[in-house]
Design a binder for this molecule. Structure first.
Ligand SMILES: Nc1ncnc2c1ncn2[C@@H]1O[C@H](COP(=O)(O)O)[C@@H](OP(=O)(O)O)[C@H]1O
Ligand SMILES: [Mg+2]
Ligand SMILES: [Mg+2]
Ligand SMILES: [Mg+2]
Length: 347
């Protein structure tokens, strides 16, 4: 199956959500960053992006019934005192949709926006078709004006078959360079992949045609570039890098833009071990994982097994996540195993 219609709908939805996020980022004030019950940040862009993607997918794919597993919920938006914030989000969604000719003039109430966000309550699973959405991945990066992504994937019978990711602040050239001199014109990428058809990237702005991307062919670990998140320092990352003989310090990038960067060869290794007890959500990895694997890379857990996205909203996996190239995978798994033994971590 080619998923042509689904890909077109997903690209439209993610591109519009990226426009909305860029509008918010231009004028975002610290006072507009809310805290969720787990103390993680959320903004009008997270809610607005989820509403836009939900509304566009529903409209583009009708009469199919949309099943969407997405990060944001409306609990806080429905509380007293949130009226102004919700009005602002509704205006953002309306203005964003109005930029698309076929959507212009459609009425949209605050209830429509709340319902569109609530549409993301599906639990996913191993049967049927489910969309997986992270409306703003890397909200911390978004708030800092740095890297973030809008990530959307399609799960069919438990397998990710399509992924689209907008990285509005990612340089069109490499994300990993000594000096970051990218001007605003040189940033903004839209990555997409469907199963068996490879991974492509196109600039978010303009009409440049998509280019096929491939992971790095570098097999020299001394020269390898290694990505990680900005979370609290994860000691095992350093142990693994040392065993591998990687010379450079890790490059820290917020969000799934790390997967996207690796898919086009900016770096060879992305390690994601987390503090014990943290459960990874499928929306943080589903788009990035197909974008990487279709570009010839591998995504696996510390035991070397592929990630399983079919068990609901959380990933069922062993300890860390390893993203790399096929050539480097055996070396990395060996270093991971030895490092885990030294640190008394087992799977
Ligand atoms: N302590 C932690 N360990 C691992 N992941 C975490 C974390 N705290 C938050 N996250 C997740 O990491 C995602 C961002 O990834 P990264 O750190 O690579 O930028 C967050 O996505 P959101 O920003 O969508 O909430 C959140 O789901
Ligand atoms: Mg996320
Ligand atoms: Mg998010
Ligand atoms: Mg979040």
């Amino acid at each position: 199956m080619s998923y042509e219609k689904e890909l077109a709908a997903a690209k439209k939805a993610v591109s519009l959500a990226a426009c909305l996020s860029q509008e918010v980022q231009k004028t975002l004030l610290q006072s507009q960053v809310w805290s969720k019950s787990d103390r993680s940040p959320v903004t009008a862009a997270d809610y607005g992006s989820q509403a836009v993607v939900s509304l566009v997918l529903e409209r583009e794919l009708q009469p199919e019934k949309l099943s969407l597993v997405a990060e944001e919920e409306t609990g806080d938006l429905r509380k007293k005192g949130s009226e102004e914030f919700l009005e602002g989000i509704t205006k953002l969604v309306k203005d964003t949709l109005a930029s698309e000719e076929s959507y212009a003039g459609s009425p949209l109430s605050t209830d429509d926006v709340l319902n569109a966000i609530d549409c993301g309550k599906s639990e996913g699973g191993c049967s049927g078709c489910h969309w997986i959405l992270d409306p703003i991945d890397g909200t911390k990066g978004f708030v800092k004006g740095e890297q973030y992504a809008v990530g959307l994937a399609l799960l069919v019978e438990g397998k990710v078959v399509l992924g689209v990711m907008a990285c509005p602040n990612l340089p069109v050239a490499s994300a990993v360079c000594e000096t970051d001199k990218s001007s605003p014109e040189d940033v903004g990428c839209l990555f997409f992949a469907t199963t068996g058809s490879g991974t492509y990237v196109q600039p978010l702005k303009g009409n440049s045609p998509p280019q096929k991307v491939k992971v790095s062919s570098n097999e020299n670990l001394e020269e390898a570039k290694f990505l990680e998140s900005y979370h609290k320092p994860i000691l095992i990352h350093g142990t693994i890098a040392k065993k591998l003989g990687i010379k450079a310090l890790p490059v820290r990038i917020d969000s799934q833009a790390k997967y996207a960067a690796l898919s086009r060869g900016d770096a060879e290794i992305y390690l994601r071990f987390t503090l014990s007890g943290y459960r990874e959500c499928i929306w943080d990895h589903a788009p990035g994982s197909i974008i990487t694997t279709e570009a010839g890379g591998v995504v696996c857990d510390a035991a070397g097994k592929s990630l399983d996205f079919s068990k609901g909203k959380y990933l069922a996996h062993e300890t860390g996540i390893i993203v790399t190239t096929k050539e480097l995978k055996p070396w990395i798994l060996k270093a991971v195993r030895e490092s885990m033994e030294e640190e008394n971590l087992y799977f």
